[in-house]
Design a protein around this ligand. Structure first.
Ligand code: ADP
Ligand code: GLC
Length: 480
């Protein structure tokens, strides 16, 4: 099949979170399975500076209609592996910035224009380069208007650009909500500018467009597919999701084992496998050293890696500060984002620098070292569409402590509830329940044979992308 993906992140060209890993490994797996895959991304600075893009050809010049203006741009193309082509939709004014969505305090004011330009750029490229796609698969709000804009472009030009469209919700909390005036920039017919279209309480909602107008809608775990149909998790769009209830499928993400396998991980000081786990001790010592702790420390090490956003349960972590400060353990956190959390977590670490360490940046190597060197991985998310770190943790022999939501509930089994099958510890997303799980972690750590059994079961799990890729293939075929 000829499959087009459009997304705002793609590892290793631009990554703020799991979207980058998920889109990259799905596209790569589909390419390996023999499909002709084209991935469209905004021409971010980090993508253009990546070595893979060094020989990128400037293929097309674009003139994109935005309201009553035309904005110019161009398209660069390169191929990092067989059957896979990357198309960067470039316009310096929009994408040559230090960060993709905002300056850390606020989102960029022109985000609606930036991602509208991106979507329209994808469509114009499909048209000019005559890429006759079987399926256009769009991800998250940044690409959510594509299905609608695509059908409108086909109508205007009297052509077929793609047979079917598929939209994946990686996170319903990010919707691309903009003032109503943005509608004029879409050049869509006025009949879409209402409650049954893009309007959402006097604003324009990009994500809603994807949910309503794609031929198929998916999300990234079975449990999240159900959750987003309820007010508790739907972030105001549960009613819209319910209108597509018959079409929504939850396909669990996988793990790109070429990047995330302790046996071959080039970012680690030592490699290890379930059979020979000695290298994990070396990683542990290196991690402790990096955090400024005694590398011979023998107590439990808790690790955490995440975007600093409310979603990740940082408030629950902070509410359990006393646990980490008084119990015999170490806590090592990697993360950045919301300044409120950066300040609060930094303050907690500053109070007990001998026990808690914060690395406040995006650091790919450090994220691997934490997965490998910790004994427990803390992930008390308030909601989690899929979550990747809890899967990485299991493969790295690091016991995940997760809340029972979304993809976390679909991928972790509690070791106290199911002693013969457990791979982690689960809690409810509340302070007290997390406190209880942390206490159970100390007990598990003190019981070496049981700890080892839990680790071994986690390392034996198969999270390979082939399962998900097959699920998407079936959906593509089915919709065609
Ligand atoms: P989300 O997509 O909601 O951020 P996931 O668990 O799906 O959550 O994926 C997060 C990904 O981003 C993981 O690969 C994780 O290692 C990575 N990540 C998050 N924060 C950082 C950071 N500060 N440095 C490096 N990698 C990070
Ligand atoms: C989103 C979600 C996360 C998911 C990732 C990849 O960022 O927050 O749970 O794993 O997308 O699908």
């Amino acid at each position: 099949m000829k499959i087009v993906h459009a997304a705002s992140e793609f590892f290793p060209y631009l990554k703020t979170g799991g979207l980058a890993d998920a889109v990259s490994s799905l596209a790569g797996t589909l390419a390996d399975r023999g499909h002709e895959v084209s991935v469209f991304l905004p021409g971010y600075r980090t993508a253009l500076e990546h070595k893979d893009a060094a020989g990128a050809e400037k293929r097309l010049s674009l003139k994109i209609e935005m309201g009553d203006q035309f904005l110019s741009g161009d398209v660069r193309v390169f191929s990092p592996r067989k059957n896979l082509k990357i198309y960067l939709i470039c316009r310096e004014e929009f994408f040559d910035r230090r960060a993709p969505y905002g300056n850390g305090e606020r989102d960029y004011e022109d985000n609606s224009d930036r991602f509208l330009f991106f979507c329209k750029g994808v469509i114009e490229t499909l048209r000019l380069a005559d890429i006759q796609a079987d399926v256009v698969h769009c991800h998250d709000w940044q690409a959510a208007l594509l299905p609608l804009l695509l059908r409108e472009a086909e109508r205007r030009h009297g052509v077929t650009l793609a047979l079917k469209t598929l939209f994946t919700i990686h996170n319903i909390a990010y919707q691309g909500l903009f003032p109503r005036s943005v509608f004029a920039r879409t050049n869509l017919p006025e009949e879409i500018n209402n409650m049954d279209g893009l309007e959402y309480y006097e604003q324009i909602n990009f994500l809603k467009g994807g949910i309503l107008f794609a031929d198929r809608v998916t999300t990234v775990s079975p449990r999240y597919a159900k959750e987003i149909q309820t007010p508790e998790f739907g972030c105001g769009l549960d009613g819209v999701v319910l209108t597509r209830a018959d079409d929504i499928v939850g396909l669990l993400n996988g793990v790109d084992t070429a990047v995330w396998s302790p046996g071959i991980d080039a970012l680690l000081p030592a490699r290890y496998t379930a059979k020979d786990i000695a290298g994990k001790k070396i990683c542990r010592a290196a991690l402790l050293k990096k955090a400024g702790f005694d590398e011979k420390y023998t107590g439990p090490v808790f690790g955490m890696v995440c975007r600093f956003a409310e979603q990740k349960g940082l408030d629950l972590l902070l509410a359990n500060k006393a646990f980490f400060q008084t119990q015999e353990c170490r806590l090592i956190i990697l993360g950045s984002g919301d300044k409120r959390y950066e300040t609060a977590v930094a303050a907690m670490a500053a109070e007990t620098p001998k026990k808690i360490y914060l690395c406040a940046k995006h650091d790919e190597a450090m994220s691997h070292l934490i997965e490998a060197g910790s004994d427990f991985f803390v992930m008390p998310s308030l909601f989690e569409p899929c979550g990747l770190n809890q899967m990485y943790s299991q493969l790295y022999g690091t016991v995940p402590i997760v809340s029972r939501v979304g993809g976390l509930a679909d991928t972790v089994t509690d070791a106290d509830e199911k002693p013969a099958a457990g791979t982690g510890l689960m809690c409810e997303p509340t302070d007290g329940s997390l406190r209880d799980a942390l206490g159970r972690a100390l007990k598990l750590f003190a019981d070496a044979p049981r700890m080892s059994a839990v680790q071994q079961r986690g390392m034996a799990r198969d999270f390979s992308w082939n399962v998900a890729a097959e699920g998407y293939e079936n959906l593509y075929r089915d919709s065609l």
